[in-house]
Design a protein around this ligand. Structure first.
Ligand SMILES: NC(=O)c1ccc[n+]([C@@H]2O[C@H](COP(=O)([O-])OP(=O)(O)OC[C@H]3O[C@@H](n4cnc5c(N)ncnc54)[C@H](OP(=O)(O)O)[C@@H]3O)[C@@H](O)[C@H]2O)c1
Length: 296
């Protein structure tokens, strides 16, 4: 049985990867805080900004496959703490890839649509990235650091991950809106900011189905529908029968980091693989509606 190491295993995507891969892999989970990682996934402390810690752990486990989900994901906080963002999002992936090169492991690195400036939209894998935020810049440098190691790698760029978080996890855009709407609170949502939101379970399934790779590829692994933040919430309201009057469109919303206007990703390349189809927004909401809030 192959060993898989999930780094960032306590996070939103990371925990779901632990559950999905357990049938066919010996699963190891690592994060800064390991309290949310079940014993059966061999919880391990890791700080990806510490080269020795990363090398020691990877040398001990010797994983065949490593998925790096750990990142500084708070886009605004990255503007406030650019050095911290650089260490986590740029140095961290380098240390992981270097250590995997030594033991001959392959790697999936999770990246973001925010490496693009958002002037064009519908970005494919050959488009030239041009980040406009510290988060985007540091994540792009992280990608490049991984690619330079020339180990078998999938760079998987995704966008606005959504689904039900577990009770001890932070809200995502969907669950935050759902929670507020459930309490009849008004939502002010910015017009514009077009992305390709991604049901987290679809990304997990894609990664699982494509985990047996031998070559390096960049993939845009996101939902198949590009949509504005506002229209996403409107669809949420309609699918879950909330009151549409709670939704207000605003032109400006104070945010520290610049957001791309249209960072939607083109998914033709993964669609050609034919292995897994990402759901559209309505299908995703119906899936979440059918799934109980705290199920795994
Ligand atoms: N969420 C999205 O909408 C989205 C969109 C596009 C791309 N992505 C990418 O997808 C990946 C997964 O996102 P996610 O939503 O699952 O993120 P998440 O929930 O924030 O999980 C990331 C995990 O990494 C941990 N971490 C942070 N710094 C670390 C360090 N120095 N060493 C080890 N672990 C560290 C975090 O711990 P703390 O919580 O304690 O910091 C957290 O448990 C990220 O690479 C992100 O850039 C996400």
């Amino acid at each position: 049985m192959e060993k898989i190491l999930i780094i960032g295993a306590n996070g939103f995507l990371g925990r779901r990867l632990l559950y999905r891969f357990q049938d066919e892999f010996d699963v190891y989970g690592a994060d800064l805080i390991t309290t949310g990682i079940h014993e059966k996934y061999h919880p391990n402390y890791i700080d990806i900004t510490k080269k020795t810690v990363v090398h020691d752990l990877i040398n001990n486990i010797k994983p065949n496959l490593t998925i790096l989900t750990a990142a500084m994901t708070d886009v605004d906080a990255c503007e406030d703490f650019p050095e911290k963002a650089r260490k986590i999002n740029t140095d961290g992936p380098l240390f992981v890839a270097e250590a995997l090169k030594e033991i001959g492991g392959r790697m999936i690195h999770i990246s973001t649509d925010f490496i693009f400036d958002g002037e064009k939209g519908d970005y494919n894998e050959k488009d030239i990235p041009k980040p406009i935020s510290i988060y985007g810049k540091t994540k792009l440098e992280g990608e490049n650091n991984v690619l330079k190691q020339k180990i078998p790698t999938l760079i998987c760029r995704t966008s606005v991950l959504f689904g039900w978080p577990e009770v001890d996890q932070r809200h995502n855009f969907f669950s935050w809106a759902y929670e507020n709407l459930s309490q009849n609170k008004e939502l002010k949502i910015i017009s514009g900011q077009i992305t390709t939101p991604t049901l987290v379970d679809d990304l997990v399934e894609f990664l699982y189905q494509n985990s047996n790779f031998t070559q390096t590829e960049i993939y845009h692994t996101c939902g198949c529908e590009s949509i504005s933040r506002f229209d996403f919430i409107l669809k949420l309201i309609r699918n879950f029968n909330f009151d549409e009057n709670l939704l207000k469109e605003v032109d400006f919303f104070p945010q520290k980091a610049k957001r791309p206007n249209n960072s939607s990703l083109n998914t033709s390349k993964i669609q050609k693989l034919g292995k897994y189809k990402f759901r559209n927004i309505n299908q995703s909401f119906q899936y979440l509606k059918a799934k109980s809030k705290n199920s795994k």
